[in-house]
Design a protein around this ligand. Structure first.
Ligand code: SAH
Length: 252
């Protein structure tokens, strides 16, 4: 059996209880060494074989899983954040299915949730933005043309960009061309929830120069949108005059 496990954004105590349980039971761990906090490996059994997938290709990863399966061992494939977001798990899943190797997925706390907590922010605010666009700038990995940042910018929703901190100039240019005002609040969270976390708050216009000044080139999220500003409407959910399934609103 293979368990894909979301390791969380960095702080070792942000893995789920279930994920930690699998980690402690694992006979084999394959972890994404570029981003997973190695402190999590301290939970592994002494006899556990540990592989860093940063040095492996897909074929090599599958080979380790296959070998473990043949020997009746349990494998944890430890991915950063939540495996469903830029986790490259689909290609592994399909290889496992082809080999009839049983697997499941244990979700994790994505770095985008870690970053929101660090920013003490809410990504969805009434009358500001009720949608979150999760995307990336095009780098070596292609992005479909209809999803270019310029196109997505038309909505002026809250935008969370992964894998884009080396492309800040492009992010600013595309988002402004697409419709965000140059003064739109922007934030960068570097290594959210790690001890070396850095938070930068600026505007879209000044994003690249501020990131350059802080020397942030990787392992960061760029968050853009008016939810990072000061104006919003209060929720209906907790409005004293609003009736919900659980609570009767006060007469005005
Ligand atoms: N599945 C992961 C994302 C993997 S893609 C998740 O849910 O978070 C890798 C990208 O995620 C990095 O380039 C960076 O943009 C972002 N990232 C991962 N961990 C991060 C962290 N602790 N702080 C900020 N960004 C992070």
């Amino acid at each position: 059996m293979v368990h894909f496990v979301g390791a969380g954004p960095g702080a070792p105590d942000l893995i789920t209880v279930r994920g930690l349980h699998y980690l402690k039971e694992a006979d084999v761990i394959i972890y994404a060494g570029s981003l997973v906090n190695p402190a999590l490996l301290e939970y592994a059994k002494e006899s556990c074989e540990v592989y860093n997938s940063a040095y492996m290709n897909l074929e090599e990863v599958i080979k380790v899983m296959e070998e473990a399966e043949r020997n009746g061992k349990m494998t944890v494939r430890l991915h950063t954040g939540d495996p469903s977001i830029y986790g490259a798990i689909r290609e592994q899943i399909d290889e496992l299915k082809e080999r009839r190797i049983d697997f499941d997925i244990c979700p994790g706390v994505s770095s985008m949730s870690g970053a929101a907590a660090s920013l003490k922010a809410e990504y969805t605010l009434p009358e500001v933005s009720q949608s979150i666009i999760i995307s990336r700038a095009q780098g070596r990995t292609g992005v479909p043309e209809r999803e270019e940042l310029r196109e997505l910018a038309a909505h002026q929703s809250t935008m969370i960009l992964f894998l884009s901190s080396g492309l800040a100039d492009k992010v600013r240019d595309e988002l402004i061309l697409g419709g965000y005002g140059p003064n739109t609040p922007a934030a960068v969270v570097y290594k959210a929830t790690w001890p070396e976390e850095k938070i930068l708050r600026t505007t879209l216009e000044h994003l690249p120069e501020e990131m350059e000044r802080e020397g942030i080139k990787k392992t960061a999220l760029i968050i853009v949108g008016r939810v990072l500003g000061d104006e919003y409407a209060k929720s209906k959910l907790y409005d004293a005059a609003f009736t919900t399934e659980f609570r009767r609103g006060r007469e005005q």
